[in-house]
Design a protein around this ligand. Structure first.
Ligand code: FPP
Length: 243
């Protein structure tokens, strides 16, 4: 039984909804893209902080299936930012032993961006210090729908038996198939919503909603949240002890 002297394990997998870039920029009289650029700089700081706070898996929400509804210039600016980010950060991420993966539907993305994503995944595939997953054109419902489509195709062609389909089958068809479920989901900027992020995977995750806007999110704030998580008892629907 845990006592005050035995700290609970910290979260191994942390997922972050990086919200508030637009408001951060607007409050400074700058265009929204200025906030996205400031937000991109924070990603490096938080990835580098992961080994220090014991986080093995970091999953970040960079662009949702709904974000296409933003203005054409914001979408184009974000896509260009992703290309520049991957090009500029690839070497440093690899040197630090970060294994990078992307989740989301690549079909709608520019082939040049997809090539950069594929190359970065390949370059960093054997790294083990931190597993960074970037959700790009990702939506939880879209991911589940795409998974079900493939399950149905495999059942129709006899690869799997439809009667044997269960939760673990679907888990194996999701984009996140090689990742553990997130222990903790953080959302910045004061909004308490999950916005279609890791719907299936976060069924038993803890949530932390904080007011800080993403470009102001620091390694210190991250470390405080991780430390605070150590005090939570996760029950996964069970009753662990009689009181
Ligand atoms: C939400 O803020 C943020 C996004 C839609 C984009 C997230 C992208 C980044 C942090 C930049 C780069 C990431 C990588 C991996 C290079 P918002 O625009 O919705 O802010 P608002 O709610 O204040 O308008």
């Amino acid at each position: 039984m845990a006592s005050e002297e035995t700290p609970k394990a910290g979260p191994s997998h942390v997922a972050i909804i990086m919200d508030g870039n637009g408001r951060w920029a607007t409050s400074r009289g700058k265009p929204r893209l200025f906030g996205h650029h400031a937000g991109a700089k924070r990603v490096r700081e938080i990835v580098e902080a992961c080994p220090e706070v014991g986080v093995k898996y970091l999953t970040i929400f960079a662009f949702s299936t709904e974000n296409w509804k933003r203005t054409q210039s914001e979408v184009a600016g974000l896509m260009s930012l992703f290309r520049r980010y991957i090009t500029a950060e690839a070497k440093a991420l690899n040197k630090k032993g970060v294994c990078v993966r992307f989740i989301g539907d690549r079909v709608r993305l520019d082939p040049k961006l997809v090539k950069l994503m594929d190359d970065l995944e390949e370059l960093t595939a054997d790294n083990t210090s931190v597993n960074l997953t970037i959700a790009l054109n990702y939506g939880g419902r879209d991911e589940v729908a795409r998974a079900i489509k493939r399950v149905a195709q495999d059942a129709a062609s006899g690869v799997i038996d439809a009667d044997s389909v269960d939760e673990s089958t679907l888990t194996r068809y999701l984009d996140t198939r090689v990742l553990p479920d997130p222990d903790l989901v953080i959302r910045t900027s004061g909004e308490a919503r999950i916005s279609n992020f890791l719907l299936w995977q976060s069924a038993y995750s803890e949530y932390e909603f904080i007011d800080t806007l993403w470009p102001d999110f620091t390694a210190e704030i991250f470390a405080d949240i991780i430390e605070n998580y150590g005090g939570r008892e996760r029950r996964f629907g069970a009753v662990l002890s009689e009181t």
